[in-house]
Write a protein that binds this ligand. Sequence first.
Ligand code: BGC
Length: 363
Amino acid sequence: MRKGILTIAAVGLLTTGGLTACSDDSGDKAAAEKTPKIGVILPDSKSSARWETADRRFLEEAFKAAGVQADIQNAQNDKTAFQTIADQMITSGVTALMIVNLDSGTGKAVLDKAKSQGVATIDYDRLTLGGSAQYYVSFDNETVGKLQGEGLAKCLTEKNAKNPVVAYLNGSPTDNNATLFKAGYDSVLKPKFDAKEYTKGPDDAVPGWDGPTAATIFEQQLTATKGKIDGVLAANDTLGNAAISILKKNKINGKVPVTGQDASVEGLQNILAGDQCMTVYKAVREEAKAASDLAIALAKGEKKDTGQTVKDPEGGRDVPSVLLTPKAIYKDNVKDVIADGYVTKEEVCTAAYAKACTEAGIS
Ligand code: BGC
């Protein structure tokens, strides 16, 4: 069901340029008079570097360019703090609240409260299941997973692996994106397991996308299989790096392909070193811009037609959405991420990676 909807969504991929105002919107007079003030709650700063190094930066950039006031805070993986920040933002008079939920339960409570106070709401990056956000802005997350599955298969072929055992390090069970990523990589890998081309190894979710927990889980996976893991589908660069740290400990890094996501400096360096197969680059600048445009429009009492919806499988709602396109990154196109201004050459090409950078055409 969800798959069908996401397929339709993928066809209608949009950038913010595609957003159009609904002329038939009667609008809300009171809202129309509000001066936009936007509150953003980021989830944490450890599950991925992106939240502080990319999302905060690009959201600030978008709000500044639009000349709107904003308050961006980080809940640091604390659900109580998440709700407290939301309450404070609502009291301080934000016109729109943008959240990256820590789980759907607290996310829903925050969205419902904002709604009851007349504050516009946006689910940023993660859909709150059963929630009430007016818009959802993210990437096509099933495609993210598909790129990871295809990437792992490509790297296993390059390594000439025969009937490889593939282990999964999935994202947080409370993050709807983790479900979508898994649906994506399963769509590529399950047929290979079924055809006995690959062997399914351990399959574990990592609570809170926590790196140290992922390292412990991966070490257990390696012990349970007596070291027989030939490829690791890690759902993001944090989990990938955790697996790589254990592979290093066992002196088999570089032999076992590992996937990732987020094009973090660490992930890109792991790719350049040959320890990581690939990552998935999501142009957060576009995501931030799309969300910012919607939040400003909502504050002005305007409604935008995003041209696509995503079905909330829990609430059954068709949520108006903007879904952007992710891109697979291998050694040969690490340079594209730098050219896009997501990370700098100075950050990636430190002394230890200088030679690999030159070889990868990063000048
Ligand atoms: C995001 C990923 C991120 C992960 C952990 C997901 O919801 O889409 O980009 O790596 O959360 O923070």
